[in-house]
Design a binder for this molecule. Structure first.
Ligand code: ADP
Length: 327
């Protein structure tokens, strides 16, 4: 089977896709005629393995951001913790494939844990009875070691992560991805195509420089047939912990996340304030959600989680997921 060539276009639909060789992104790709002939549609065994492994996972969500440092990992952690705390009967897991900076082990307070292997696969690390984590960070020698792998090695690791972790039955699997649209995103989407991605949450800060890159994430999702659950605007307002007055540290000169969501006809899931206490709790690996239940930040996060839950269960999302799996 022909693999995606290293010089594949940025929005390569994947060699097994129905639109392989026919999408506008395929123009000029060296594989275009081979893909268009249908010769590449034989399914990669890894895609089948991923589908089988993730068949016990109800909702699979990607968390995306245009830039690093906008709080994508923080939102991933907070949404997951909040889902787990609100739904003790549901099982939640995080898969951290952010090879640029796998921060989930630190934020969830399990830095230094190692992955154990059993007959049924790699065991994730449990944070709570119903919240588990698998992270690229567990594979590194130390927390300061960089991942300097080339594309094929990264792809192999993503395929293993998606097909070999023994999650058990999960209601939500939330993937923390690297910033931007990189090889890791293309591989993840390709491997998960048959398993199905419920949708993506796009995280941004209010400034135009961040929003510019978010437009590329939206385009990536649309070209890859990934439903967008909505946009979260992080670090929107600063609430002074002492006097409670607010300040706009990152001004939304062009209307911020809500205007962007409106422009692209997406749901605006809400805002999370810039909260120094949240940053401190994350640095120390402590559970902000359960320790600060009355904070404005936790209330904002809970509203966002409620909307995500409703969106995941909505007929529109379920139907577009079925359509995406067919392509
Ligand atoms: P990304 O995953 O987008 O690179 P992170 O989630 O790692 O970003 O966040 C970058 C830094 O900003 C971290 O130190 C984190 O604690 C901090 N941070 C994120 N969101 C907030 C927030 N709402 N309030 C305060 N600090 C935040």
């Amino acid at each position: 089977m022909a693999d995606v060539p290293s010089e594949a276009p940025q929005h390569c639909p994947g060699t097994e896709s129905e639109s392989a060789g026919k999408a506008s992104a395929c123009a000029g790709c060296p594989n275009q005629s081979l893909c268009a002939s249908g010769a590449t549609k034989e399914t990669d065994p890894a895609i089948t393995l991923v589908r089988e492994r993730l068949s016990t996972v109800k909702h699979k969500i990607l968390v995306l951001s245009g830039k690093g440092g906008v709080g994508k990992s923080t939102i991933t952690t907070m949404v997951s913790r909040s889902l787990a705390a609100n739904n003790p009967d549901k099982n939640i897991a995080i898969l951290d494939i952010d090879m640029c900076g796998p921060s989930q082990p630190r934020v969830l307070g399990v830095l230094g844990e190692k992955v154990h292997e059993s007959g049924s696969g790699w065991s994730p690390v449990y944070i709570e009875d119903n919240l588990s984590l698998m992270s690229i960070g567990f594979m590194l020698e130390s927390s300061s070691a960089a991942v300097i792998w080339r594309g094929p090695k990264k792809n192999a690791m993503i395929s293993k992560f998606l097909s070999e972790v023994d999650w058990g039955n999960l209601d939500y699997l939330i993937l923390d991805t690297p910033p931007g649209t990189s090889d890791e995103h293309l591989s993840t989407v390709r491997y998960m195509r048959q398993a199905g991605i419920t949708g993506a949450i796009i995280v941004t800060t209010p400034q135009e420089v961040a929003l510019l890159d978010v437009r590329k994430e939206i385009d990536f999702c649309r070209q890859s047939n990934i439903p967008i659950l909505g946009v979260v605007e992080n670090m929107s307002l600063f609430v002074c912990p002492k006097c409670k007055s607010t300040a706009e540290i990152f001004p939304a000169t062009s209307g911020g996340g809500s205007k962007l969501a409106e422009e692209f006809n997406l749901e605006f899931l809400g805002t999370v304030p810039l909260d120094p206490l949240l940053a401190r709790y994350c640095d120390e690996g402590k559970d902000f959600i359960s320790e600060m239940p009355n904070s404005v930040t936790v209330k904002s996060l809970q509203d966002i989680v409620k909307k995500i839950t409703i969106k995941c269960e909505s007929d529109e999302t379920v139907n577009s997921l079925k359509e995406a799996k067919k392509k």
